[in-house]
Design a protein around this ligand. Structure first.
Ligand SMILES: C[S@@+](CC[C@H](N)C(=O)[O-])C[C@H]1O[C@@H](n2cnc3c(N)ncnc32)[C@H](O)[C@@H]1O
Length: 200
């Protein structure tokens, strides 16, 4: 399975400028919000949200007092939106960079996933798992949501299953939690896995 589209910065930025952002929930989603509310990391923890789009999770964490929240996205329009909405968010933490080219030092304590993995060409999935592992310190966490469904139309988004995903992550992570989400937003109910993976 792979995409015939060139899923590059021009493609994604064009989706934002054209207002074709069906994935954008306009606010933090309950699974991530509930997880963040019980997050026991220090406020200085380094947190990365790759393919963050307009970055509602980054806004939430920043507002909660986390000082080292970074977003990485190849679409400048998405980062501009976050910058305008949350002027206090450090502009040096808005990384207009390809996730796969992000420096792996210093490492992060936490990586947050939501509708980034499914936006990538599926051929990149093994590299996604490898890059998340390289970006995290040992014991660090990759958490978030993965689709547990197949989509009728050609992607993005690209679907998949738990059995498929586990193969990518198991070499680098202990799969602490990898189960259907119980608090997805309505259109995604029954179609998402909540993951919490610990870097080996
Ligand atoms: C489907 S959107 C999801 C955005 C956001 N996570 C959300 O839930 O609203 C996918 C995002 O990934 C970004 N993206 C795609 N490929 C990327 C890459 N290689 N590196 C960084 N960002 C990328 C796109 O620009 C887009 O903002």
């Amino acid at each position: 399975m792979h995409s015939d589209l060139q899923l590059d910065a021009a493609y994604w930025n064009g989706r934002y400028t054209a207002g074709q952002t069906g994935w954008d929930t306009g606010a933090i989603t309950p699974p991530l919000r509930d997880y963040f509310q019980q997050l026991s990391l220090p406020r200085t923890a380094r947190i990365l949200i790759p393919g963050a789009g307009r970055g509602y999770e980054a806004e939430y964490l920043h507002t909660a007092g986390f000082e080292n929240v970074f977003v990485a996205d190849i679409a400048p329009e998405a980062l501009r939106d976050l910058h305008q909405r949350v002027p206090g968010f450090p502009s040096g933490h808005l990384l207009e960079q390809d996730f796969f080219a992000l420096p792996t030092a210093p490492t992060y304590d936490l990586i947050v996933e939501q509708t980034f993995f499914c936006a990538l060409d599926p051929s990149l999935r093994p590299s996604y798992a490898r890059q998340c592992a390289a970006l995290l310190r040992p014991g660090g966490t990759l958490m978030g949501l993965l689709f547990d469904t197949e989509f009728a139309q050609a992607g993005p988004p690209f679907g998949g299953s738990k059995a498929e995903y586990e193969v990518y992550f198991a070499p680098y992570f202990d799969l602490v939690h990898f189960a259907p989400a119980y608090n997805s937003i309505k259109p995604r109910q029954g179609k998402e896995l909540f993951i919490c993976l610990k870097r080996k």
